[in-house]
Design a binder for this molecule. Structure first.
Ligand code: NAD
Length: 340
């Protein structure tokens, strides 16, 4: 897997020629974007995109939730800079004039449904780029990419992201890109208007494979960290001393170092806020389910997947865990919270 990283400074240099592509002497030419899916992530991403485009560009936004559209339009217009904003009546409407369409949707069925509604015979033929940032399974993503190509409506690529709502708001997301190498110079500048890193993972679908492999590991590391912290504390170890040992030893991982599940160990971790905010347990469960589905398709044996899934599933059933950061599995394991 070749991994190309571009910084936003480099991208800003690259973005100028990119946006003038093919219309250097017609300053009036619009660069049109369609943005579909204005939820927790998409709302903030669309805001960053629109604010960094030129007034001669246009962003057409759509969500099935009209309130999200209205509120985003108001925010974008209040900022008084960036691209022209248009409310679209449908995903089709948002895409019909667009050169670039970005989709940020919850699940595979939404991505399939939205693209079916766009790729009708009424859609004007255009060499569009469709960038899907949703976390879905690679095979659904490949099916949608094929339907775009078969319809002669351009190219569909996958660019799932990490960085959460905080990264989406700050414009610091990392995108894992699955696309032909030749498209990277066209895609990077667009993604870098919403994030700060683009990791090119391989052909279409590869971004999702990389994202799901990473999140599978995260799902396990999170449970293992909660178990190890609970175990050490049951043996009488001080939580901060134990974390201090792990974090300079071979057990070190993101859940132990950054998102430690024990209150009082890492100040900024959700454990200090009753596990509020952070990466919701339902999103972790969803990514784990997608990774398991994709593993089955690939014939990869996953010895720990079922057990890990049932941990999240059972934890989510408890009122004191539901809707919280996934590190709340420590609470599900009945780990001591007021230990100091
Ligand atoms: P969300 O549920 O907050 O937002 C999804 C939006 O899509 C909603 O506004 C919904 O109304 C809209 N939508 C649903 N069906 C639609 C349709 N047919 N047409 C138009 N709009 C439609 O989800 P989110 O948290 O923004 O996540 C979006 C994607 O990003 C998911 O695949 C998620 O797994 C992934 N992701 C989320 C995070 C996170 O921290 N929230 C982090 C990384 C990746």
């Amino acid at each position: 897997m070749r991994v190309a990283v571009a910084s936003s400074r480099l991208a800003r240099k690259a973005v100028q020629p990119q946006q003038r592509r093919g219309f250097a002497c017609t300053a009036q030419r619009l660069d049109n974007y369609g943005f579909i899916g204005l939820g927790q992530m998409g709302y903030q991403m669309a805001k960053n995109l629109q604010s960094k485009l030129k007034p001669t560009d246009k962003v057409s936004i759509f969500d099935v939730n009209p309130e999200a559209m209205k509120s985003l339009e108001t925010e974008m217009k209040a900022a008084s800079n960036g691209a022209t904003v248009e409310l679209a009546a449908s995903a089709f409407d948002a895409s019909k004039d667009a050169d670039t369409v970005v989709t940020v949707l919850p699940e595979p069925k939404h991505v399939k449904g939205v693209y079916e509604s766009i790729l009708t015979s009424d859609l004007p033929k255009k060499a569009r780029i469709y960038i899907d940032c949703s976390t879905i399974d690679p095979s659904t993503s490949r099916q949608v990419a094929k339907s775009v190509a078969d319809a002669g409506q351009g190219t569909f690529v996958d660019a799932p992201m990490s960085g959460g709502v905080v990264g989406a708001t700050a414009g610091t997301l990392t995108f894992m890109l699955g696309a032909a190498e030749s498209l990277v110079p066209r895609l990077e500048p667009v993604l870098l208007l919403m994030g700060k890193k683009v990791l090119h993972c391989g052909e279409q679908g590869a971004g999702l494979s990389a994202k799901l492999a990473n999140n599978y590991l995260l799902a396990l590391n999170n449970i293992a960290t909660a178990e190890a912290m609970n175990l050490g504390m049951k043996w009488g170890l001080d939580a901060r001393k134990l974390a201090g040992v792990i974090n300079v030893s071979t057990g070190k991982c993101w859940p132990s170092e950054v998102n430690n599940p024990v209150k009082g160990v890492i100040e900024t971790a959700p454990a200090n806020r009753d596990y509020r905010g952070g990466f919701g347990i339902s999103l972790m469960k969803k990514d784990l389910r997608l990774a398991m589905f994709a593993a089955k398709e690939a014939g990869a044996k996953m010895a720990l997947a079922d057990t890990a899934y049932s941990v999240y599933e059972e934890a989510e059933k408890l009122d004191q865990c539901a809707g919280r950061d996934f590190s709340v599995v420590y609470r599900y394991l009945e780990g001591k919270e007021d230990w100091e």
